[in-house]
Write a protein that binds this ligand. Structure first.
Ligand SMILES: [Zn+2]
Length: 305
């Protein structure tokens, strides 16, 4: 074995924000959901979970054997890198993530460290090279499978299927406003698939011309240190004011119910790197079309026409 590969990395684009992806891959207790070898995993000490220096144990299963390994976290920088070393010195595994226009470029890396090679030589003697080659083969075979599984899990959690909860909250807020005699536009904000704020257009109810649905939801959210791991849902395409706020607050992803009755500023958002998803939801189209037909003056007032 003169040309043994001892390090390798591959990348995949995942359509979720870096923060969401970091939260997922740094939760080692979920490793069994994506690893082809590790079937369950737990922190040795819950108090230090996720931190540099923390140890965790993984139960690995292959057809021919089952074994456990302990690993130590060596990098835990939210939104950038999560890495660990098996046995504290033998093999380094890690995920790095970088924001891209489409979400996040996730890279998984693997490196057989010198101490690991030495340990194998001591443990396996003449068979060490074959054992190292077999571990290498498993790593190279497993990395693309792991990345594909993480991509699927992450995108289904906050992608189109996972958008149902946030979008429904926005729609219900719009319906509430309609029932109050207001303008039926609603918005909601999620983090990790959980709605933490919602609101609706308050022009009529509070005589507040700035309180568009998105602005009301952002006000309801209060102070946030960061919006980079959030998704904003709105029943109608955002206007210039709301699009500007989304850009200002660096909200990475906006899901829009419809952009037919009002086309808004979707291109402005996209030009600034915001991922925009338009659902073309018929309920939203019907809701706005009937409102615009019933109260054309109120609608004209809201969009300043
Ligand atoms: Zn607006």
């Amino acid at each position: 074995m003169t040309h043994t590969i001892r390090q390798h990395q591959e990348s995949v684009t995942v359509h979720v924000p870096v923060g969401t992806l970091y939260d997922l891959v740094s939760d080692v207790t979920r490793t069994g959901e994506w690893s082809p070898v590790c079937k369950s995993c737990w922190w040795d000490d819950e108090a230090s979970a996720g931190q540099v220096g923390a140890w965790f144990t993984g139960r690995n299963e292959l057809p021919e054997r089952t074994w456990e390994t302990r690993s130590q976290v060596v990098a835990a920088e939210p939104g950038r890198e999560f890495a660990w070393v098996v046995g504290g010195k033998y093999v380094r595994w890690g995920f790095t993530m970088a924001p891209s226009d489409a979400g996040t470029i996730l890279t998984e890396s693997w490196e057989f460290l010198q101490e690991g090679i030495a340990m194998f030589k001591e443990k396996y003697g003449d068979d060490a090279d074959a054992q190292i080659a077999e571990r290498t083969r498993q790593a190279l075979d497993g990395i693309p499978k792991t990345l594909a599984a993480i991509k699927k899990i992450a995108e289904s959690a906050s992608g189109p299927a996972g958008d149902a909860t946030g979008f429904e909250a926005a729609y219900q807020a719009a319906q509430k406003s309609l029932a109050e005699g207001g303008i039926p536009i609603g918005a909601a904000i999620t983090r990790g698939g959980v709605v933490f704020a919602s609101g609706h257009n308050d022009r009529v109810q509070n005589a507040d011309p700035i309180a568009h649905g998105e602005m009301s939801a952002l006000r309801a959210a209060g102070r946030q240190k960061s919006y980079r791991d959030t998704t904003l849902y709105t029943t109608l395409a955002p206007c210039a004011m709301c699009a500007g706020t989304i850009i200002q607050f660096k909200i990475p992803r906006v899901v829009v119910g419809e952009a037919r009755t009002f086309d808004g500023e979707l291109e402005l958002l996209r030009s600034r790197g915001v991922e925009v998803v338009v659902l073309n939801d018929q309920r939203c189209v019907d809701m706005m079309a009937s409102f615009q037909a019933d109260k054309p003056e109120l609608w004209a007032e809201d969009i300043a026409e």
